[in-house]
Design a protein around this ligand. Structure first.
Ligand SMILES: Nc1ncnc2c1ncn2[C@@H]1O[C@H](COP(=O)(O)OP(=O)(O)OP(=O)(O)O)[C@@H](O)[C@H]1O
Ligand code: SF4
Ligand SMILES: [Mg+2]
Length: 335
């Protein structure tokens, strides 16, 4: 079957950060791609490099400490790591947009909702004020803000958390981007509002063919939202593939441990991500497999060399980097 080309393709991305403990590779050879209308989930414990990956996609890594030092990010056919900062300003918020980890703080309390949505649209569209305001009303209608003509006059404090979240969505989607990055966009919301917001993003995706990169700790959210998932550990993707495959047939011991520590309804919530031990420090990375100190299946070669990436015999582009796959039906990855 002919498949649509990816709208974004990340190849061997490397981002270095100078920290007090020395330089670290917070993102260390990350590759993935997303097609129009698809959602990729990025999961992993705290500190695994999810947010630095997301910021790298916008070339917004914290300056001057962080720098993208390797790889390519092909967005809609253009390697955005090679374009000028002026061009990047057009791309950012234009073709690729982001909803931040704590969206509510990204609204300015002293300006009306309307002026904030107008400002975002005006960055990418030269038009008269009246036209910009009409567009802002449409953007708010698109994220199902009721009575948007009146709500543009409101200030953020006059809105509920769920409504503010939608306004942040309107700002991110106002320029009709091809790719939306959402970094834990629902953690500040209660469960019902969270579910409504996720459904809204899915509806907008179905209407527009938006590609979404969804960063989360929550496998429930992954199951509901994502088509594919990439599991990050200590700056690297250790396993990725279609969501159903990762859930039903996880290959990497880290993915298995994450999935078995997701609480079911009857279980104690405290078990969430309760894998023994801690992830390694970035300035003191194990030479071989980074998960080896915590892995029940570790062998001597695991400590000596980083494992190659293997592809599943299912032919579904399900891959994992683990020595335990060496003498199985899995085959060394060609990419
Ligand atoms: N501005 C910064 N200065 C120094 N180190 C940083 C900075 N930002 C991130 N890091 C480090 O980079 C690594 C990856 O961080 P990142 O924020 O990407 O993790 P994360 O996977 O998003 O975690 P969380 O789930 O907690 O959001 C961590 O070790 C973090 O301490
Ligand atoms: S490579 Fe070895 S240590 Fe790493 S996850 Fe696989 S079995 Fe465990
Ligand atoms: Mg983060």
């Amino acid at each position: 079957m002919h498949q649509v080309a990816p709208v974004i393709e990340v190849q061997n991305l490397e981002t270095r950060i100078d920290t007090k403990m020395g330089p670290i590779k917070a993102v260390d050879g990350v590759s993935f791609s997303v097609r129009p209308g698809e959602t990729l989930g990025i999961v992993g414990e705290s500190g695994s490099g999810k947010s630095v990956t997301a910021l790298s996609l916008l070339r917004l890594v914290p300056k001057p400490a962080a720098k993208i030092v390797g790889g390519a990010i092909i967005l809609d056919g253009e390697d955005i790591l090679t374009v000028s900062e002026t061009r990047m300003r057009d791309i950012r918020g234009g073709k690729i947009s982001m909803i931040l980890q704590d969206p509510q703080t990204s609204l300015n309390p002293v300006f009306t909702i309307g002026s904030q949505v107008v400002e975002a649209i005006a960055t990418h569209l030269k038009a008269a004020q009246r036209e910009l305001l009409n567009r802002a009303v449409e953007a708010l209608r698109h994220v199902r803000v009721a009575d948007p003509k009146r709500r543009v006059e409101d200030y953020p404090h006059q809105m509920s958390g769920g409504m503010k979240q939608r306004v942040v969505g309107a700002i991110a989607l106002g320029s009709n981007p091809k790719v939306l990055i959402a970094d834990e966009p629902t953690t500040a919301l209660d469960v019902t509002i969270q579910a409504q917001y996720l459904q809204l993003l899915k509806d907008i995706q179905a209407e527009t063919g938006l590609a979404i990169i969804f960063i989360t700790h929550d496998f429930g959210v992954v199951a509901r939202m994502c088509d594919h998932v990439a599991v990050m550990y200590a700056g690297r993707v250790v396993e990725q593939g279609p969501v159903q495959e990762i859930f039903s047939n996880p290959a990497h011991p880290y993915t298995k441990a994450l999935l078995s520590s997701v609480p079911s309804v009857e279980e104690d919530v405290e078990r969430l991500y309760s894998i023994r031990g801690q992830p390694p420090a970035f300035w003191d990375m194990p030479k071989g497999c980074r998960f080896a100190p915590r892995c029940d299946q570790a062998m001597s070669k695991c400590e000596a060399d980083y494992p190659p990436t293997y592809e599943s015999p299912a032919g579904t582009q399900h891959c994992a980097s683990c020595w335990a796959l060496e003498d199985t039906e899995w085959t060394p990855s060609r990419s």
